[in-house]
Design a protein around this ligand. Structure first.
Ligand SMILES: C[S@@+](CC[C@H](N)C(=O)[O-])C[C@H]1O[C@@H](n2cnc3c(N)ncnc32)[C@H](O)[C@@H]1O
Length: 472
């Protein structure tokens, strides 16, 4: 029976009659099929008067684990301490882990001190989710010294989420930065600034927690002409240093969006193979280790006609192992600076007017597949399409925020930032690309036809002077 039919057959009045009469409910549970039972169990609502206790208890022998789970869930609503033993039995013995977890949750929901020894015993369960539920139940009594002591004992639990919650709740460890500056503000000298110079040299002088959002596409190892690294290891080490600095200069709980993709270094001759480097997969663990929390993986998909054709050979020979798909995707990896604070905390740092102005009111991407054509530029070989920058800025920043690109290239991110009423801070080491940005400015070619401040172009020496002036 489908849901619409069930909904018609068991409306709210019907369900009220069932749950307020033990006999009627019992005979219903005994005679109806699993589909009807599940539907009614999911819609029983509040159960204070205890009429449903006996019929629900009988369902605990049901073969269908979903029905046992829903029976436990409903029994928990009755709030009857005499059910503690039954919940414990199912928490330990049920063959379904889902039913065991629900039973521990039911014990916690009793919020009764008698449950403490049982919850403590469940801290030793082999299923981390059962342990997590037991912790939840025990945290209600977090002032109780025995409870605290027992929770402390599992600080070295192998599960990372358990370790994190114990550290936070019992040991008071948090990731907060302690920065006292206002969250929606940043140093004035970084406003619409372009630094011509090396990113590491520049970042040395950027104050902690200045940036609201970083969106960047780093060099593609040695795949393009603008960078040369002795080895892949040297390349990854360089990115690690830069992204550690990006972490330092990022405000609490704010986002870092990274555009990378696997690259291919062509073979030197027919006797050798070409080599693929899985850059996103190698960078990810480095980022997580330094304190970036993984949030999302967005896939930027380009039209097939715009990318290099790799499958001409396969098209002819059709032999397994020789298959080479055309690479139409790049990764847009989304991270957040690790913190104990929820996203709501970040939002609450802005006044209502700014939140309102920043709302994404027009059409937005509903999935993690973003179809955007590439942009080709006469000077730079790998520029961001402005549409991509627009989306990232709108989804991950507020108006008047500072948007940073440590590998700015042609500065497309700056253009998008200004157009969306944000400020930019860009670093680029190649004079030809910075000149490209200036050219755009002189031609009044929209790039910086800024309604707000005009952009400031400096080299590293002058940037250092700026940072010193700011301190005076
Ligand atoms: C993939 S491109 C970025 C393109 C950019 N997203 C755009 O829209 O034009 C990477 C850029 O990083 C720059 N770069 C590489 N190493 C750098 C360094 N050590 N300091 C500053 N910029 C660097 C390169 O010159 C190149 O322009």
């Amino acid at each position: 029976m489908n849901r619409a039919v069930l909904q018609k057959e068991f409306n709210k009045d019907e369900i009220d009659i069932l749950k307020n009469d033990t006999k009627i409910l019992s005979s219903f549970f005994e005679t109806k099929n699993d589909g009807s039972l599940v539907y009614v169990l999911e819609n029983l609502g509040r159960l204070e008067n205890g009429c449903s206790k006996e019929p629900l208890l009988k369902l605990l022998d049901n073969k269908n684990e979903n029905i046992r789970l829903l029976a436990i869930k409903n029994l928990a609503k009755i709030g009857d301490i005499s059910l503690l033993k039954i919940f414990f039995k199912f928490a330990q013995k049920d063959e379904s882990t889902e039913v065991r977890r629900e039973s521990v949750s039911a014990i916690g929901r009793l919020r009764n001190e008698k449950a403490i020894p049982i919850l403590i015993e469940l801290l030793l369960d082999k299923d981390p989710k059962v342990v997590m539920q037991a912790i939840r139940g025990l945290l209600v009594f977090s002032k109780n010294s025995v409870v605290r002591q027992e929770l402390k004992k599992i600080i070295n639990h192998p599960n990372e989420l358990i370790k994190e919650v114990i550290n936070k709740e019992i040991n008071g460890v948090n990731y907060s930065s302690g920065d006292t500056g206002k969250h929606d503000e940043f140093p004035e000298f970084l406003k619409n600034l372009v630094v011509l110079g090396d990113v590491m040299e520049t970042l040395n002088y950027v104050p902690n927690e200045s940036v609201h959002l970083t969106f960047t596409s780093p060099p593609y190892y040695n795949a393009k002409d603008y960078s040369i690294y002795q080895s892949y290891e040297e390349y990854l080490n360089f990115l690690e240093k830069v992204f550690k600095e990006v972490h330092r200069v990022t405000k609490e709980g704010r986002f870092f969006v990274l555009n990378t993709s696997p690259i291919i270094i062509p073979r030197i001759s027919r006797a050798h193979s070409s080599k693929r480097y899985p850059i996103p997969y190698d960078i990810h663990p480095i980022l997580v280790k330094m304190g970036w929390e993984f949030i999302d993986d967005i896939v930027w998909v380009k039209p097939e006609a715009s990318v290099k054709n790799r499958n001409a050979g396969f098209l002819q020979h059709r032999k397994p192992l020789g298959y080479k798909p055309n690479a139409v995707s790049e990764m847009i990896m989304v991270y957040r600076k690790k913190t104990d604070k929820l996203i709501d905390w970040n939002i609450s740092q802005y006044n209502w007017d700014k939140v309102k102005k920043s709302k994404v009111v027009d059409k937005y991407e509903t999935t993690n597949i973003w179809r955007i054509g590439p942009t080709f530029d006469k000077v730079h070989s790998a520029v961001f399409p402005i549409e991509l920058c627009n989306k990232v800025i709108k989804y991950y920043s507020f108006v008047d925020d500072l948007i940073f690109d440590p590998f700015a290239g042609s500065g497309t991110l700056g253009l998008a930032a200004v157009n969306l009423d944000r400020y930019f801070f860009l670093v680029e080491k190649e004079p030809k690309y910075v000149n490209r940005m200036k050219e755009d400015l002189i031609r009044g070619n929209s790039l910086f036809s800024s309604k707000k401040n005009q952009p400031n172009f400096v080299d590293v020496k002058n940037f250092i002077l700026l940072t010193k002036k700011e301190k005076i």
